[in-house]
Design a protein around this ligand. Sequence first.
Ligand code: ADP
Length: 396
Amino acid sequence: MKESILVINCGSSSLKFAILANAGQDTLVEGIADRLGSDESSITFKYDGQKSQIPLKDSSHKNAVTHIKQWLNEHPAIESTLVGIGHRVVHGGETFSQSVLINQDVIDGIKDCAQFAPLHNPAHTKGIEIAFELFSGLPQVAVFDTAFHQTLTPEQYLYPIPMHFYREHHFRKYGFHGTSFRYISQKLAQVAKGSDQQGVLVAHLGNGASTCAIHHGQSSDTSMGITPLEGLMMGTRSGSLDPSLLSFISQAENISADEALEILYKKSGLLGVSERSNDCRTLEEAMDSGDQKAKLALDMFAARTAKHLVSVAITLDSIDHLVFTGGIGENSHYVRRTICHYLKAFNIRIDSTLNDNAPRGEIANISSTDSKTDVWIIPTNEEFMIALDTIRLIQH
Ligand code: ADP
């Protein structure tokens, strides 16, 4: 068997993992430890077409990684192929513009970036430290969601606020979903030769959602900002709005600014508008049964996505390709159709038969013959990208 990589995405209360072999192409096992820190935590392994769930008496992150190690001990044919560990890290600030082999300086650098990702980065460093302890001797790599967007120019990444906030505190746009956008850019170049020398728009639409303009293979603008709250309307996040609303909401509800921000993070977006769910599939079913608020939420989601696609497109010479990805982008023909309806002035058109019948989990070109832009569905694969970066870096 070829070399394999353990990919870890360590969050504050969950830890997702996968072992990928054959240069990231084959997922041997994957799983999640969730509700960590609670009485109901468990770890699930998906292996060989079977799912097994084990309750975790000790709900610590360390115990979750210990279970992964134990599972590997029980599967020596896989354990013997393991050559490295790749960690997903949300925020790399201005320090990390690409993936890196982890040493103490890197861990300190990730800790320094925690001011902008107070829930994520500390969880990542915890995951890294535990992995070093339990898998001593295995090289580890950090892959950052922000890194791909470090090519933005100051016109795009600066906020129009007093410049000392940037100079002293690094308040600027960072952008996220970079690993997904990088994967899409490379995958597109394989199916659309020459696209790495063209203008590409990508809509990554999942629970979190953002758009990215890719000019000649490099990110030139993106909709998310200093945090993943800016830009598109999302599952529970509002996306961009007039910042004055923050103080209006806190006054109206007699709550602090932080509590008002929590409403914009957790109770807004599709959930806030539909007053039903943050889940696109649930809302489509509700819309089909006549729920007008569900339809409004989905239509607003589509309108705002179109708006933020156009907004980032100003950094391109031409819009040669538009790619939909993420759970909603890959699966919702209603959302794709509605977004493209809003983009008709830009001569971006899809073929409704191709759009409605796009095969699940596959790359598809859904543009109509009169579209100036090629419109694609490309399933994203961040774990693959993390495994590939890990292999590349540990071989040097
Ligand atoms: P995350 O940001 O958590 O990775 P995903 O990329 O998995 O999110 O996307 C989750 C979203 O994708 C949910 O809103 C879900 O309803 C939506 N989704 C998944 N499958 C479908 C489907 N067949 N039709 C419509 N929406 C779907």
